[in-house]
Design a protein around this ligand. Structure first.
Ligand code: GCU
Length: 606
């Protein structure tokens, strides 16, 4: 990350009365969707706006009519201004608000944030305000001018700020609302905490007038020698030269952009392939005009052959675990590299080569770390349980989240599957909705596999259960969530169960598990004890070995996580306790059961 030029801000507020004179009507009409996502902010000139931001909690949503985005203060004793950022308590950014203040733990509503910063404008430079994520709906104002709105709690977005930005003093105001709605994605019910706020980094991104918006430099699907890619320019005239270099591999390829600013290329390259055992990343340099972007990219081939998933041409078994973006050792949503190191460190310690990041796109720190650590990734959008399937706005929101999840991570070798949904009810309008998403995903990225986690099973004979979700037809890989021994029957029932698949495709058992409170002990049939959970895992691991087309596992779940649906006092206390680790990083017995199983599997593969 290259650092831009930041003016030290020390001028007293009273010097700028003219800043607050904006009419409401003018502001409303300027509303716009975010501008196309700028790829790889880590390889750009950026200024971090992270820190402690004054924040105003607005439970009845009065802020807009009060004009809070104008950041006014009383100028005279007769002035009536009923808010004051300067006197308001702060919230850390990045960070959810729920874990920062006891009074906000259950809060669902609007919070207004303000960030003051000085800026020195430069010629031939455009500036974007970039958010790693804000849950759920964010409205962004700069110097009282509305830059736009974004919906979706787990994907990045940016707005062009070049015109609204001033020399010297600037104020950024962001209204964030995490109220659940039936037409949103996710909708009203989900089994994780509805952490609200500006949950990931906020940056000013400086780029030349004509710049490299986005690019893909990846091996063509199923190929180990052919690179297939493109570069999308922004603000460039037609026929602009674009160059892609991989110095270590002696690659230097050029192409010319078309009228839409896109340059496509296809060329052969001799590369050291990325794999979990050998997570080789190359410095890749993309240049066009004044703009140069550096990235670290791994190259690996990926395909499905019958019931097998092939990585670099060889079948691979995905030894995985599911994980929420819950912060380790403290409450709140994880966001930092340190959080990622702790969480993915445990994933590695389990003996995994794969991790399912549930149920929404996790922060980029985790994905970049998985790339470096050699952990394969399942990434998912929060199309979770029941949605307003026939509502075109809901579909558009889901498609936007899918587009941005893929746009942010489409150069990450670690990411091998895009999941379009989790445990959704079988009905025609749902199937239509999800088939559209599967098609969209293939349009956004033809190189990765499409999956979905389904719990739609049916008994098809004594002791025989079939995964026969019609959605399977549209997928490359099937995902099965089954809770034999927890929600269904007893752990030992798994010993006698047989499974059938409607579709002859690779199968990942994307969830199984049971709750156990760390340190609670008893007989193996006593719920909530470590012994019950460990026994359930033993029976499950015996059963999955007999499953057809089994290509991977991601048991539920790496670490206990907060959930409003888990209310058993003294045991759950608003935590889902199906973790193999407690939220304080304490390993439960089942952690070692799975670790042992993966050690055996890895030895068998040798
Ligand atoms: C579901 C769901 C998870 C949930 C888990 C559980 O399968 O996908 O989000 O947390 O079961 O009930 O613990």
């Amino acid at each position: 990350m290259k650092h831009g030029f930041l003016l030290a801000f020390c001028l007293p507020l009273t010097l700028f009365p003219s800043l607050v004179l904006f009419s409401l009507a003018g502001v409303a009409s300027a509303a716009s969707d975010p501008s196309p996502l700028i790829a790889n902010t880590a390889g750009r000139t950026t200024i971090s706006l992270n820190g402690a931001w004054p924040a105003i909690v607005d439970p009845f949503d009065n802020g807009l009519t009060m004009g809070i985005f104008r950041n006014e203060t009383a100028k005279s004793k007769s002035d009536r201004i009923e808010y004051d950022f300067d006197k308001s308590p702060v919230l850390n950014v990045p960070g959810d608000w729920n874990s920062q203040r006891e009074s906000l733990l259950f809060y669902e509503g609007t919070v207004w944030y303000r960030r003051l910063f000085g800026y020195h404008k430069r010629p031939n430079t455009r500036v974007f305000v970039y958010f790693g994520a804000a849950n759920y709906r964010a409205t962004v104002y700069l110097n009282g001018q509305k830059l736009g709105e974004h919906e979706g709690g787990f994907t990045p977005f940016n707005f062009e700020a070049t015109d609204a930005l001033r020399e010297g003093y600037n104020f950024l105001v962001v209204a964030v609302n995490n109220t659940r709605r039936a037409d949103a994605v996710p909708a009203l019910k989900f089994d994780w905490w509805n952490y609200g706020g500006i949950t990931r980094d906020v940056l000013l991104v400086e780029v030349p007038t004509a710049f490299i918006q986005d690019y893909v430099v990846q091996l063509a699907r199923g190929s180990r020698e052919e690179i297939d890619g493109w570069v999308q320019l922004n603000g460039a005239l037609a026929a602009q030269k674009v160059t892609v270099e991989i110095p270590e591999a002696g690659v230097r390829e050029s192409a010319t952009s078309d009228a839409a600013g896109r340059a496509a290329f296809h060329f052969a390259a001799k590369l050291d392939l990325w794999s979990p055992e050998h997570p080789k990343l190359y410095d890749v340099v993309v240049t066009s005009g004044e703009d140069t972007v550096h990235d670290q990219i791994g190259f690996r081939s990926l395909e499905v052959q019958g019931a097998k998933i092939l990585l670099n041409g060889k079948p691979i078994f995905l030894r995985g675990v599911s994980m929420h973006e819950q912060a380790p050792f403290r409450d709140g949503r994880a966001f930092s590299t340190e959080d990622a190191q702790a969480l993915l460190g445990w994933v590695k310690e389990l003996g995994c080569n794969f991790v399912r990041l549930a149920h929404y796109p996790h922060n980029e720190n985790e994905i970049r770390l998985a790339d470096r650590m050699g952990l394969l990734v399942w990434s998912e959008i929060p199309v979770y349980w029941d949605l307003d399937w026939q509502n075109p706005a809901t579909l558009a929101t889901a498609e936007a989240q899918l587009r941005d999840m893929i746009a942010r991570d489409h150069n990450r070798a670690a990411v091998i599957v895009w999941s379009i949904s989790n445990e959704t009810p079988v009905k025609p309008e749902r199937l239509k909705f999800l088939k559209q998403l599967a098609q969209d995903a293939r349009g956004f990225d033809a190189t990765r596999l499409i999956t979905s986690a389904s719990n739609r099973v049916e008994s098809v004979g004594p002791g025989v259960t079939a995964l026969n979700d019609p959605l399977g037809e549209a997928l490359d890989v099937l995902g099965l969530n089954e809770y034999v021994g927890w929600y269904v029957g007893r752990p030992e029932d798994a010993d006698k169960m047989e499974w059938r698949l409607k579709w002859d495709k690779p199968l990942i058992v994307s969830e199984f598990g049971g709750d156990a409170q760390f340190g609670r002990h008893g007989d193996a049939d006593e719920r909530w004890t470590e012994e019950y959970q460990a026994s359930l895992f033993r029976h499950q691991l015996g059963m999955v070995r007999r499953m057809p087309n089994l290509a991977g596992l991601t048991p539920w779940v790496l670490m206990d996580f907060r959930s409003p649906a888990r209310m058993l006092p003294g045991v759950q206390d608003y935590h889902n306790r199906k973790g193999l680790l407690s939220d304080r990083g304490q390993r439960k017995q089942a952690f070692y059961v799975l670790q042992e199983f993966y050690k055996e599997l890895a030895a068998e593969e040798k």
